[in-house]
Design a protein around this ligand. Structure first.
Ligand code: BG6
Length: 521
């Protein structure tokens, strides 16, 4: 049951439910707060989802006043807000809810004063006993902060019925053991239903639409199984290298931990899971967990036959030289860290047995594009093969396999390709596509992932957050690969920046007669 007070307000498009609770953001001086969290809260407020009773309290170590914090956030929201430009009037109204509290979270002596400030603000806004804590901090601070808040009385006892939800930004651990340790530590003071682990991919509109498309239509779902599907590809490609200031983190992490363990596996789960019997958080998360539990890689001693690490090297992109990974700021010049990973895995259940799922993610690939591509089997007979010539070169052309593509970003869309008869006196095959594009089908822009996720925390809906058993199952799957690469000093395969990854990843598919799709933008 949600403890959040809900008031109903009529908005232009129907009924909007307003949510209130105090929101404490730890790590308020960080990039995430300025770029994503405060702009998302502002949009929720602008669209009528956030009530006037919701104080937003930025918490960080730096010396700042509420006024200077508001000024910084004003600049950030002006720059990052979605939709209409921010007006002074809007900002003056919204910013009266923003406050700043200075706290060194590692210094337990400072909590008493901090506690008083928070309680005073909560009383002033009329939301005492309703608190949301957002930990946008380094993961090393998760446990000490939660522990210190508990000791200071800011996190009530586990059996209290006061509203408390704590949101964590990834990474949640760096392997199976550390993820388990973290969960164990958190469970000392928090219940599972109070923990919200963010995977921002689940907040993307197009990712949520995978479930609606699959289970809200009757015609596609009967095809999504081993009888009709040849293979599935999940691609999360990024064109950027290592963002400024992230080299240190990334060099400890790499593509497998940073993106595959979470975003790619979540996409795979949504694509492969069975329909939940109810569209509710626990039912949906149960079904995703079942997928993770039967993910079967190849034999552990043959990891290099189903998992390929890659690292980008210096190259020219559009005439400009871009540095290789080892030349990036704060990266070890001899680093073996992978900036790319490709895998061939199977979901070993009745629906998917024998269907390869090819997963890949990487930095410095030619485009920023995320998509799921489902390639169907060919018709059993080649009735329409024709000879087509261009000049002197002739080819035998037959039906192409149908493809269903979920384009998560950019140019968000769903498209289905099929063969048609080219007009004329012969049966000549011509491939065409049916497209649904968000941009042309809907007038309103797509909400930002953090808008949806923050609203769900306020509503107490944990559907789009990762449960501890899901997290553990994902780590259980990737940890043997990480251990093998690290313990055996496996060198990543090099690929030039701006290419689609190392050659070895093509061979992964070629063995099966498959090849990676080149996404068309
Ligand atoms: C983050 C990773 O979780 O996801 C980043 O830490 C990555 O390295 C980012 O760039 C990709 O997210 P998006 O939404 O830009 O595809």
């Amino acid at each position: 049951m949600s403890h959040v007070t809900q008031t109903f307000q009529s908005s232009g498009s129907g009924v909007t439910v307003q949510e209130d609770a105090a929101i404490l953001i730890f790590g308020a001086s960080g990039d995430l707060t300025a770029r994503k969290l405060i702009p998302a809260l502002f949009t929720l407020w602008r669209e009528g989802f956030l009530s006037k009773q919701t104080p937003v309290i930025g918490v960080a170590r730096r010396d700042k006043t509420t006024e200077s914090f508001r000024n910084e956030m004003h600049e950030a929201v002006s720059k990052h807000v979605r939709g209409n430009k921010l007006s002074d009037e809007e900002w003056n109204q919204f910013s009266s809810q923003i406050h700043y509290s200075k706290l060194d979270i590692t210094n337990t002596e400072q909590y008493e004063k901090f506690n008083e400030e928070v309680i005073q603000l909560e009383n002033q806004f009329g939301v005492s006993g309703k608190r949301i804590v957002y930990l946008a901090t380094s993961p090393a601070l998760f446990l000490p902060t939660v522990q210190a808040m508990h000791e200071a009385g800011l996190i009530p006892d586990k059996d209290s019925d006061e509203l408390l939800r704590v949101v964590f930004e990834k990474p949640f651990g760096h392997d199976l053991d550390s993820a388990r340790e973290l969960s164990k530590g958190l469970f000392r003071v928090l219940r599972e239903d109070q923990i919200y682990r963010i995977d921002h991919y689940l907040g993307k509109e197009t990712v949520q639409n995978i479930l609606l498309f699959r289970f809200g239509n009757a015609i596609f779902e009967p095809l999504l199984n081993r009888n009709h599907v040849e293979h599935i590809q999940v691609t999360v490609a990024e064109s950027q290298g290592i963002e400024r200031g992230r080299g240190g983190y990334y060099d400890q992490s790499g593509a497998l931990r940073d993106v595959l363990q979470n975003h790619v596996l979540q996409l795979l789960c949504l694509m492969a899971m069975d329909p939940p019997s109810l569209f509710q958080a626990e039912n949906i998360r149960d079904e995703k967990l079942k997928v993770l539990q039967v993910l079967t890689p190849g034999h552990p001693s043959k990891i290099n036959e189903w998992a390929v690490p890659g690292q980008f090297t210096e190259s020219k992109i559009k005439g400009e030289t871009v540095p290789g990974y080892r030349q990036e700021e704060r990266v070890n010049p001899e680093s073996l860290r992978e900036t790319y990973v490709a895998m061939k895995v199977f979901v070993d259940n009745w629906r998917w047995a024998g269907v390869p799922f090819y997963l890949r993610t990487g930095k410095r690939l030619p485009e920023r594009v995320t998509e799921i591509a489902i390639r169907f089997k060919l018709p059993p007979l080649h009735l329409f093969t024709t000879v087509e010539c261009e000049g002197d070169i002739c080819d035998l052309v037959g039906a192409q396999p149908n493809e269903l593509i979920f384009r998560i970003q950019p140019n968000e869309s769903i498209s289905l390709s099929f063969s048609t008869k080219r007009p004329g006196m012969q049966y000549q095959i011509h491939p065409v596509t049916m497209d649904f594009c968000y941009g042309s089908a809907f007038e309103q822009g797509l909400p930002e992932a953090y808008e949806r996720l923050l609203l769900d925390v306020l509503r107490g809906d944990s559907t789009l957050f990762t449960r501890s058993d899901e997290l553990e199952a994902a780590w259980k799957f990737v940890t043997p690969v990480l251990d093998y690469w690290e313990n055996s000093n496996i060198k990543p395969e090099y690929y030039p920046a701006g290419s689609w990854g190392p050659e070895a990843s093509d061979q992964l598919l070629a063995k099966q007669g498959h090849h990676w799709r080149i996404p068309e933008l």
